[in-house]
Design a protein around this ligand. Structure first.
Ligand SMILES: [Zn+2]
Length: 482
């Protein structure tokens, strides 16, 4: 019984094989596929085998130097296969320029071409070129073509450093300082260099001059978009029954000031080390600088349903500063959290005191708002969509990724000529200095602390327990209206 089954199976396989051979399309594709697998040509050595040998040789030498492996960029290789007839391999400068334009993710490009009558001898022609590849090279693509009416071969090798998309997480890893970015406002694709020791970063497009992401690092050096420092802080607090929105705003503002001793960042003489804190961190440490207390205040007010934004910008000519702006009852209030307790007798109307405060960036929990026309003079408007462009950096990054993955390169028409010795060309993508991140918040605003006339009676705002190591009390006094 077993033997009969085996026989049936054997006959079935035989029949299948015969059918495949009888099908001209199927057998032809099978032959090509087999040829590709073993690299067979008339001499037994084919272009595909040469490609494999080139990649092997490169990576073997990198192993000796303890460099990371380079990977084959299949997309670039396919592009070269489809476009190379139109491109001029005699002018590698022009070729690398073309590749850089069509493949903007490449930061550094190094191209080399060589030709020979023997396919196998091409490998040794590239030996010097392999030595030139530096540690940062990540990808390569090889194109092999026939020249001289089929009597010779030419190989073109393109290597380069292919950039990763920018993300706060990739930046936090600090494996690289150059990233690929697409401006969400104007679509400009570019390399972006970020100083790895910087803590406050403003990604700015050099084409449309608009900011498309503002980031800061916490004390561990982990980066977030600034709006992600607003984490939904909502401490248990008891407000009187009759407290109106303005009353509550003063209470919270006052509690924040009393729970956050203003200190310049510990690294005040080294702006690069400026570390941001979440509201909970500031409340626990009971100290922070202007952006820490602003985040503390805004997060709490947002949790109570206020229309509020944190502003990053400049105070007069004293440099970087952070403050909050809240709209209550149709009126804009500018909440300074680095001064003494608020004085309800002197409401901080933006219209009155706002003229020395010039914001570059605003943010709330969901979004960052950047100046629509950064060169325009600030007119005191913190809210309108005309003056402020709302961006959600995470969503923008995802959209850019989706757009790039579906993108096709545009060809340029060129002719091909033969050449016998290896030629090398290199090209480095331009990194706009403007995109090199700006440092935020490097100068704090120090103003005299003033004690206003107390028209407000003190009630308690209950704060969460600080950690056991802290000797600070768990409750704090705040001001409420009489
Ligand atoms: Zn742009």
């Amino acid at each position: 019984m077993k033997r009969i089954l085996m026989l049936v199976l054997f006959l079935g396989l035989l029949g299948l094989g015969y059918t495949l051979l009888q099908n001209p399309n199927m057998s032809a594709s099978t032959r090509i596929w087999v040829g590709n697998m073993v690299g067979a040509t008339e001499s037994g050595y084919g272009p595909d085998q040469l490609k494999v040998d080139i990649v092997d040789r490169v990576n073997y030498q990198r192993t000796l130097k303890k460099y990371p492996f380079v990977r084959v960029d299949v997309g670039l290789e396919q592009w070269m296969d489809s476009k190379l007839e139109e491109l001029d391999t005699d002018h590698l400068e022009a070729l690398t320029q073309n590749i850089k334009t069509q493949h903007p993710r490449y930061y550094r490009l190094l191209a080399c071409t060589a030709s020979s009558s023997q396919l196998q001898s091409l490998l040794s022609e590239f030996q010097d070129f392999f030595q030139k590849l530096d540690q940062d090279t990540t990808h390569m693509a090889v194109h092999v073509s026939r020249i001289a009416a089929g009597l010779g071969y030419r190989a073109l090798i393109v290597t380069g450093r292919k950039l990763e998309d920018f993300s706060p997480e990739a930046l936090s890893e600090r494996k690289t300082d150059v990233f690929f970015n697409t401006c969400p406002h104007c679509g400009y694709e570019h390399a972006c260099k970020v100083g790895l020791d910087q803590r406050g970063i403003n990604l700015e497009c050099s084409k449309c001059l608009r900011s498309y992401g503002v980031l800061a690092a916490d004390e561990k050096g982990t980066f977030r978009y600034v709006n992600e420092f607003l984490t939904g802080y909502h401490p248990p607090a008891h407000f009187p029954y009759d407290s109106d929105p303005l009353h509550q705003m003063y209470t919270i503002w006052s509690a924040v000031i009393r729970h956050c001793a203003y200190v310049k960042d510990t690294s005040r003489f080294n702006a690069k080390r400026d570390a941001w804190q979440t509201a909970l961190e500031t409340q626990t440490k009971m100290r922070g600088d202007c952006e820490d207390s602003s985040v503390f205040l805004a997060d709490w007010l947002l949790a109570r349903g206020y229309q509020v934004r944190v502003a990053l910008g400049h105070y007069g000519d004293m440099g970087g500063h952070a403050w909050c702006v809240a709209k209550v009852g149709g009126i804009d209030y500018l909440l300074e959290s680095t001064e003494g307790p608020p004085d309800p007798a002197k409401p901080p109307y933006v219209a009155d005191i706002g003229n020395r405060y010039v914001p570059d960036t605003l943010f709330d929990r969901d979004a960052i708002y950047v100046r629509t026309n950064p060169r325009d003079r600030f007119n005191g408007d913190y809210w309108s969509t005309k003056h402020w462009t709302r961006i959600q950096p995470r969503e923008l990054a995802e959209q850019a990724l989706a757009k790039n993955s579906g993108k096709k390169a545009k060809p340029e028409s060129r002719t091909v000529k033969a050449k016998s010795t290896p030629t090398i060309a290199s090209r480095t993508a331009d990194v706009d200095q403007k995109q090199s991140a700006k440092i935020l918040m490097n100068v704090e605003v120090m103003k005299g602390i003033k004690e206003g006339q107390m028209e407000w009676q003190i009630t308690e705002v209950v704060m969460p327990e600080p950690p056991a190591t802290s000797a600070q009390p768990a409750t704090a006094k705040a001001l409420t209206k009489k």
